[in-house]
Design a protein around this ligand. Structure first.
Ligand SMILES: C[S@@+](CC[C@H](N)C(=O)[O-])C[C@H]1O[C@@H](n2cnc3c(N)ncnc32)[C@H](O)[C@@H]1O
Length: 149
C-alpha cells in the first residue's frame, strides 16, 4: 500500500471524507506486517493448491481491514460516477473504506449504496466511520452473511 497522503483523496473534494480515509488507511497500514507474517508460511500453498480458507482462524481477521487500495477506490468511485449508478450493492464492508468511496459516488449521483458484512463489530465500526465521513445518508450496512441473503 502506498504511503497515506491526503492528496490521494483530494479528488473527492470533501475534507471530512479525506480525513476519515486518511485515518482508516493509516490504521490499515499498521496491519501490513502481521498480514505478511500470517501469509508468509502459506506462500507455497497460495501459489500451489491454494489456501483452505475453512482452516483459517476467523479470529485473526477480527480487526483486519484488508481494504482496497486508494487507486482501486479511485477507480470504484470513477466507475460508479461514469455509469451514473444510483443503486450500488457491495459485499464485504469490513470497516467501511470501499463503502466510503461508493457512498460518495452514490451521493454525487443522487443514489445510495447497500453493503453487507457478517461480523457484527465490523458493522458497528463501519457505520461509525461512514458517519464520521458525513455519508450515513448514502449508505446502508446490512449485518448479513452473503450465503443467507
Ligand atoms: C477483504 S474484506 C473487505 C474490505 C472492504 N471492501 C474495504 O475495501 O475496506 C472482506 C470482508 O468481507 C466480510 N465477509 C466475508 N465473507 C462474507 C459473507 N459471506 N457475507 C458478508 N460478509 C462477508 C469479511 O468479514 C471481511 O470484513
Amino acid at each position: 500500500m502506498p504511503k497515506v497522503k491526503p492528496e490521494l483523496f483530494a479528488f473527492l473534494d470533501d475534507s471530512k471524507i479525506e480525513a476519515t480515509l486518511s485515518r482508516l488507511y493509516t490504521e490499515a497500514l499498521k496491519q501490513g506486517w502481521s498480514m505478511v507474517f500470517h501469509f508468509l508460511p502459506k506462500a507455497f500453498k497460495m501459489f500451489g493448491k491454494g489456501i483452505d480458507w475453512k482452516m483459517e482462524k476467523e479470529s485473526f481477521y477480527d480487526d483486519k481491514y484488508i481494504p482496497i487500495l486508494p487507486y482501486q477506490g479511485t477507480f470504484l468511485y470513477m466507475q460508479a460516477r461514469a455509469l451514473n449508478a444510483k443503486n450500488i450493492v457491495e459485499f464485504g464492508t469490513s470497516f467501511g473504506i470501499s463503502t466510503i468511496y461508493l457512498a460518495k459516488a452514490a451521493k454525487d449521483n443522487g443514489g445510495k449504496v447497500i453493503s453487507t458484512e457478517y461480523m457484527p463489530h465490523k458493522v458497528k465500526i463501519a457505520r461509525q466511520n461512514i458517519e464520521e465521513a458525513g455519508l450515513s445518508e448514502y449508505a446502508d450496512i446490512w449485518e448479513a452473511m452473503l450465503e443467507k441473503l
